[in-house]
Design a protein around this ligand. Structure first.
Ligand code: DC
Length: 228
């Protein structure tokens, strides 16, 4: 897919939702995708899948050259699956989607290490842009508005207080050092986590997911070009 900028009149719409770990990106991106009938893309799951694959193959995730070589040879495909009224893109590894396996704290820690490798990011960006073959997208991650689809007008950045985010992860049974992961994600040289120019920032520390997703939908409707 060529790196042409999107013309919203001719191309699918991409809603970019970036933000810190456990800031509610997945929950809200899914609610917005369902409400609009758009396809949901969890780019974190794509990075997690590569990290999981490295751990399976006993590759040292700190060795950028080996990780990049593994990524280059990787046999993957994208598929769009409908489940509970939500269409979502899955990155398959040899026809398998490791849905549960990628959610452990060991995989989380390895993911932010491999996500700092520039060749991995180039590979992921290409795959993520290919997702527009499935239609209009709600894509969540760390660099969607800054790097993957910088041309979209629909950019959001979610955040919440560290204690609140840590409590949310703990409620899911996952205990991890979110501050360390956010720091690694924000300080890497290649496409670091940051607020995209023009993004609407939403701090949802004191908000429910219904309130957050309603706010997102209001803003999206306000920005949506009127059909002539
Ligand atoms: O959203 P998540 O917690 O599943 O993401 C896991 C890791 O993947 C996160 O620590 C940083 C990395 N990531 C990234 O660098 N760029 C993205 N677009 C998405 C995730």
């Amino acid at each position: 897919m060529s790196e042409i900028f999107l013309n919203l009149k001719k191309h699918p719409i991409v809603i970019a939702i970036d933000g810190t770990s456990a800031s509610g990106k997945s929950t809200n991106a899914k609610l917005v995708a369902k409400a609009l009938g758009y396809v949901y893309v969890d780019t974190g799951a794509m990075y997690r899948t590569l990290a999981w694959h490295c751990l399976q193959k006993r590759v040292d995730v700190h060795d950028a050259k080996v990780v990049a070589a593994l990524c280059r040879k990787w046999k993957t495909s994208l598929e769009c699956v409908e489940k509970n009224h939500l269409r979502a893109v899955h990155l398959l590894v040899e026809n398998y989607f490791p849905e549960q396996e990628i959610r452990t704290s060991e995989v989380s820690a390895a993911t932010s290490v491999i996500a700092a490798v520039p060749k991995v990011r180039d590979w992921m960006k290409k795959k993520q842009r290919e997702c527009i073959q499935f239609g209009n997208l709600v894509m969540e991650g760390r660099d969607i508005g800054t790097n993957v689809f910088p041309e979209t007008d629909f950019k959001f950045y979610l955040d919440a207080k560290l204690e609140e985010r840590t409590a949310r992860r703990a409620a899911d049974g996952v205990h991890e050092n979110l501050a360390a992961r956010d720091l690694r994600d924000s300080q890497r040289a290649s496409a670091p986590l940051m607020i995209a120019l023009g993004a609407k920032v939403i701090n949802n520390s004191a908000m429910t997911s219904e309130q957050t997703s309603q706010l997102l939908l209001e803003e999206i409707r306000r920005l949506m070009p009127v059909e002539k």
